[in-house]
Design a protein around this ligand. Structure first.
Ligand SMILES: *[C@@H]1O[C@H](CO)[C@@H](O)[C@H](O)[C@H]1NC(C)=O
Ligand SMILES: *[C@@H]1O[C@H](CO)[C@@H](O)[C@H](O)[C@H]1NC(C)=O
Ligand SMILES: *[C@@H]1O[C@H](CO)[C@@H](O)[C@H](O)[C@H]1NC(C)=O
Ligand SMILES: *[C@@H]1O[C@H](CO)[C@@H](O)[C@H](O)[C@H]1NC(C)=O
Ligand SMILES: *[C@@H]1O[C@H](CO)[C@@H](O)[C@H](O)[C@H]1NC(C)=O
Length: 376
């Protein structure tokens, strides 16, 4: 963490988005407290495919219904779009209705007015998760974990049309740097389930990733290293990792490992339910977007003093910790994903200051402690 204050560590566009998001969240919070009544004229109804972007700031927060489920890693509040029938290529042979849970969730996380605002934190992580789950759904029929280029082109187009038909932004590929090739993971030498399972210690991978604890994973990652290990392993086709081909460390090697991570994600998606896989992927990306914590986390010296090994007694440490988080938490409404980022950021500040214990665990801190209880 470069800085103890989030304001100075996020810059440029990202900072702009954070400010907009904050403004918007404050707006909706304000409105919520006044009891929202949706007038018919306020509703968003689209009869045609969405073509452009709305200016997000022009949208009255009163049309945004409150997300009442705090356990989900934030489904942003979205207006009520009427969906229309998407135009499909007819060349992507997959049962899209079996994927409706994940597609609907993605469409709402990337809804037109919100996508540019929340791209990094919400929309793109969710789209990436959809890509992995889609690869698995497509490949499981014939034992593969990836698509070939032709199917990838057709399916990518179909996925984007279906998302748009459900109110998602049509700029997702640009917003999230996504291409059909993200469905092929072409440079990874292992593409089918049986080779994958011969090479990778699959029980270890499943154990590490079947239920990912948001708070623990960000501070003491378990699933992420297991994925990287599996990806390194298959990137060399199971041979000695430092053998002749696909040298890790070379530029080509890094691309291969990155594609192989996609293959590992796809395999995990096949083994886990859509819900489990999705929540695991969302936590993993939440841990990565660690600059987007809107709380001002100033010097936690009282916590450090109370929680450093030598002087620590659990009750005084926890009291200091609760008091610190309690006051910061009142600053602004924090979404669950942002709460993950705040928890990670604060955890690393404490570690740097010499707090070695897992004090979140010790003091029963969880994610909701980083966001306002009243909003639950
Ligand atoms: C959204 O709009 C449709 C059609 O107008 C309506 O049937 C549905 O109940 C609405 N959903 C919500 C959550 O308002
Ligand atoms: C597609 O999936 C849905 C939901 O899982 C299922 O009801 C339907 O029978 C499937 N259709 C085909 C053709 O397999
Ligand atoms: C797997 O099946 C899909 C169609 O269901 C096909 O396009 C693809 O080429 C197949 N892959 C392999 C490796 O057979
Ligand atoms: C998708 O592919 C593009 C270009 O190949 C790459 O920059 C991007 O990181 C990939 N996205 C994911 C989620 O792998
Ligand atoms: C797989 O991993 C588990 C635990 O992480 C370990 O006990 C086991 O020996 C490993 N299996 C193989 C074949 O390496």
């Amino acid at each position: 963490m470069e800085s103890s204050s989030s304001g100075s560590c996020v810059q440029g566009t990202v900072y702009h988005w954070v400010v907009l998001l904050a403004v918007w969240l404050c707006g909706s919070q304000h409105v919520l407290s006044q009891k929202v009544t949706l007038e018919p004229k306020d509703k968003f109804l689209l009869s045609d495919p969405p073509i452009g972007l709305f200016d997000p700031i022009e949208i009255s927060p009163s049309v945004l219904p409150h997300n009442s489920n705090p356990v989900e890693p934030l489904s942003p509040m979205y207006p009520n779009y009427t969906s229309y029938d998407p135009v499909l290529t007819g060349k992507c042979h997959v049962n899209f209705s079996a994927l409706s849970y994940i597609i609907d969730k993605t469409a709402s996380d990337c809804s037109i007015p919100l996508a540019p605002l929340v791209a990094d934190v919400i929309c793109c992580p969710q789209v990436n998760s959809l890509m992995n789950i889609f690869q698995a759904a497509y490949g499981s029929g014939n034992g593969t974990l990836v698509l070939n280029q032709a199917s990838a082109n057709a399916c990518f187009s179909d996925i984007m049309s279906i998302l748009a038909s459900k109110g998602a932004n049509t700029n997702i590929p640009e917003l999230c740097t996504l291409r059909p090739s993200n469905l092929t993971d072409a440079s990874c030498p292992v593409k089918d389930i049986s080779s994958f399972e011969k090479i990778v210690n699959i029980s270890k991978l499943i154990d590490a990733c079947s239920s990912v604890d948001p708070l623990k994973e960000c501070c003491r990652p378990v699933c992420q290293p297991a994925i990287v290990e599996a990806a390194m392993h298959i990137s060399s086709g199971g041979a000695n990792m430092f053998g002749s081909s696909g040298l890790p460390g070379s530029v080509a090697g890094i691309d291969i490992v990155s594609d192989c991570k996609g293959v590992v994600h796809s395999w995990l998606s096949m083994k886990l339910s859509s819900e489990e896989a999705n929540s695991a992927f969302r936590v993993l990306s939440g841990c990565k977007v660690n600059k987007v914590c809107p709380l001002e986390l100033d010097e936690p010296s009282p916590v450090v003093k109370a929680c450093r090994k030598a002087s620590s007694s659990t009750p005084s440490c926890c009291a200091a910790l609760h008091s610190y988080i309690g006051t910061r938490q009142k600053q602004i409404f924090v979404t669950n994903l942002q709460a993950i980022n705040c928890a990670t950021m604060f955890g690393s500040m404490l570690q740097k200051a010499g707090v070695a214990d897992d004090i979140y665990g010790l003091c029963d801190i969880d994610l909701k402690d980083f966001s306002l209880q009243g909003m639950r």
